[in-house]
Design a protein around this ligand. Sequence first.
Ligand SMILES: [Cu+2]
Length: 139
Amino acid sequence: MRLLFAALAMTALLIGATASATDAPANAYCYIGWPADGAVLPAGKPFRVWFGLRNMGVAPKGVAFENTGHHHLLIDTGLPPAGQVIPSDRNHLHFGAGETETMLDLPPGTHTLQLLMGDDKHIPHTPPVVSKRITVTVR
Ligand SMILES: [Cu+2]
């Protein structure tokens, strides 16, 4: 009996490890429509971030539909590892309801922003659909 549980646990681990990334159209791309790279934004005032996406559609998390995904906003961090679930924390915001914009309130200083699409399971596509990383200054 114990062996059976061990085998089941192993199977679960293998499935988790080999979860394959969803394909994205080769011409899909995303971009930050606002703010512009290098923008200087007033401190203490939330600002809007527009998510742009071309040649691909937005679908909420949990919805597996061809050529779709949902946005993730990476703040002050690099790209997460490929083929793995995108972390969910203050540096990795998920927009699992299919949102295409958000309001951010960042502390004074220089910050980087970058968009990364994830599939229904929050895993980046193959190839990854990722925006240019922009820098904004809050002061
Ligand atoms: Cu997600």
